[in-house]
Design a protein around this ligand. Structure first.
Ligand code: HEM
Length: 414
């Protein structure tokens, strides 16, 4: 648990934030609300009124319908769940101009332009090159763990550095600067750091990105950021480029890290499933997809604001209303998955909402899949008797964070 109450705790009823006895099941309050309808009013602790969506179809409708805006900056007055309050994991909003390129919080057509520029940089060639780097990074870290002993905290030893170094590759951060980058990022994103410490790290990270962008402008290399500096027509401003880099950092870092940490925890706690994966390594793609569904780590961050009155699932929602999608419940919809609460690696693959849906659907999903597939694959192959080093109920959970997962995962092997 974190040192200070987070925004999630200040705004959402406790039973929507705290997990029950099973660390992998959605909070009990979400579960109970699900029984009360696919769309329902939600009273926030600060007195504001929002709407909660727990149904799979209704959630897809919201994410595909332009009457539900992602522009939380323009609708600042409409919603109590503001970007900086929701995006607890993002670096602090210390610099005004960071909204310039925060396309996560933009609607078309502004969103479309930045998104297109970025998809143009996520090329097949670049992803393939990243794949071999992900493998090298994974092996390097697992072998370092083994060389250091028979026990480790998997989060700092493996789950966090892997996506962090992949982002470095993507953005083209020099090897010499990586330690500084990783240190600032870890402090900035860690809920356990003090508020001041986080704000300071956030500013330093912003300055780091400014230097990085200036460097790419002066001397382009073969990386995504250089591509954005030189391919965009009309060109992007430095402030936009810094924002885009920060979005990629925030969106691509804690997400994969927590899927690796929590995913490992879930597999260790489902030994029969892990045995099936060990018996047939070809199950890894299914494993990744089922873990994404079952764990749905973006627990409450997928929100929209209505631009006009809308009727959703038979419920009337006024204009300027905040709509919160209960993603972990949505991905346990019994109409879509038989026995949805079971982790079942053999389940036929059907679309889930762990990466969202519609125009904002996760830009990094292929990369995330590669990171999980290689990361988990190498981990369980190279540490064949990996197990928890503490009782399962002592693993500290990220209940109160926008992105669910484990704060640490003590593991051992022989
Ligand atoms: C968007 C989940 C990994 C970059 C999203 C959204 C979800 C999500 C649910 C939609 C948010 C919304 O509609 O409001 C995840 C999960 C990941 C992951 C579960 C890991 C398992 C990554 C990685 C990257 C990335 C590795 C990049 C390197 C992004 C970006 C967006 C996004 C840039 C915003 C797209 C837009 O607004 O157009 N992600 N993500 N994600 N993700 Fe991911």
């Amino acid at each position: 648990p974190s040192a200070s109450p987070t925004a999630m705790r200040r705004i959402l009823p406790a039973d929507m934030v705290e997990r029950g006895t099973c660390p992998f099941d959605p909070p009990t309050g979400l579960r109970e609300r699900r029984g009360q309808g696919a769309v329902q009013p939600l009273h926030l602790l600060n007195g504001a009124q929002a709407w909660l969506v727990t149904g799979f179809e209704e959630a897809r409708t919201v994410l595909a319908d332009p009457r539900f805006s992602a522009d939380k900056v323009r609708h600042r007055d409409a919603t109590s769940l503001q970007p900086h309050e929701v995006a607890e994991a993002a670096p602090p909003p210390a610099v005004e101009s960071r909204e310039d390129g925060f396309f996560v919080f933009m609607d078309p057509p502004e969103h479309t332009r930045l998104r297109r520029l970025l998809t143009g940089q996520f090329t097949v060639r670049r992803m393939r090159e990243l794949e071999s780097r992900v493998t090298e990074i994974a092996i390097e870290h697992i072998e370092a763990m083994k060389a250091a002993g028979t026990e480790a905290d998997l989060v700092p030893a493996f789950a966090l550095p892997l996506p962090s170094l992949v982002i470095c590759e993507l953005l083209g951060v020099d090897y010499a600067d990586r330690e500084e980058f990783q240190e600032r990022t870890a402090i900035g994103l860690n809920a356990n750091s003090g508020e001041e410490e986080r704000a300071k790290a956030g500013l330093e990270l912003y300055a780091f990105m400014q230097r990085l962008v200036a460097g790419k402008r002066a001397k382009p290399a073969d990386d995504l950021l250089s591509g954005l500096v030189h391919d965009a027509d009309p060109p992007l401003t430095d402030a936009q480029l810094v924002d885009v880099a920060l979005v990629l950092l925030g969106a691509g870092h804690e997400t994969t890290a927590n899927m690796l940490g929590l995913g490992t925890f879930a597999l260790l706690e489902h030994p029969e499933q892990l045995a099936a994966l060990r018996a047939d390594p070809g199950l890894i793609d299914n494993t990744v997809e089922e873990l994404l569904r079952f764990l749905t780590i973006i627990q409450l961050g997928v929100n929209r604001v209505t631009t006009e009155p809308v009727t959703l699932g038979g419920v009337d929602i006024p204009a300027d209303a905040t709509v919160v999608i209960a993603t972990p419940e949505v991905n346990r919809d019994a109409q879509h998955w038989p026995e949805p609460d079971r982790l079942d690696l053999l389940r036929p693959r059907t679309p889930h909402l762990a990466f969202g849906h519609g125009v904002h659907q996760c830009l990094g999903q292929q990369l995330a899949r590669v990171e999980m597939k290689i990361g988990l694959g190498e981990l369980f192959t190279r540490l064949p008797d990996l197990r928890l080093a503490v009782p399962a109920d002592q693993v500290p959970l990220r209940d109160e964070m926008l992105i669910f997962g484990v704060h640490s995962l003590p593991v051992t092997w022989s």
